[in-house]
Write a protein that binds this ligand. Structure first.
Ligand SMILES: [Zn+2]
Length: 133
C-alpha cells in the first residue's frame, strides 16, 4: 500500500493536490463544481435537520404521554433534546390556550408553583374541525 497524504486532496474529485498546502481544489472547475454541489444539497440538509428534530420531539412526547393528559417538568423534556420550536401545527382551545402539536402529540407550556411545565395531550378528532372565528 502506498502512503498517501489524506489531508491534501481536492474537495471535489479527491485527486491529490500538489503545491501550496492551503489549496483545496485542483482548479477553478473543481472549485465551482464543489460549490454547486454544496448549494444543491443545502435544502436537503435543512429538510433532514427539521425532519430529525420533529421525529425526536415526537418520540420524546410519545414516551411521556402515556395517559392522555400528563404534566411534566419542561427541563425533563429539554434535557432529552426536545426543541419546542419544532412542531407541525397548533390547536387553540376555548380558553385561548394554544397547544402546539408534533403530529398527534400536543404540548402546552405552563407555569405551576413557579416551575416551568409542559402539559401533554393527544390530538383528538374534534380539534381538526375548523371553526369560524
Ligand atoms: Zn479536483
Amino acid at each position: 500500500m502506498k502512503s498517501i497524504k489524506l489531508d491534501n486532496k481536492c474537495l471535489h474529485c479527491g485527486k491529490e493536490l500538489h503545491g501550496r498546502s492551503d489549496k483545496k481544489y485542483c482548479d477553478a472547475y473543481c472549485k465551482s463544481a464543489f460549490q454547486y454541489q454544496m448549494a444543491k444539497e443545502t435544502p436537503l440538509r435543512i429538510y433532514n435537520k427539521i425532519d430529525n428534530q420533529l421525529k425526536l420531539n415526537r418520540k420524546i412526547l410519545k414516551e411521556y404521554n402515556k395517559g392522555g393528559k400528563v404534566t411534566v417538568r419542561n427541563e425533563t423534556l429539554l434535557n432529552l433534546g426536545f426543541d419546542p420550536n419544532f412542531f407541525t401545527h397548533f390547536w387553540k382551545n376555548q380558553k385561548g390556550d394554544v397547544y402546539l402539536f408534533v403530529y398527534e402529540y400536543g404540548f402546552l407550556r405552563r407555569k405551576e408553583n413557579g416551575k416551568e411545565k409542559y402539559v401533554l395531550i393527544l390530538w383528538q378528532e374534534y380539534m381538526g374541525r375548523t371553526k369560524q372565528i
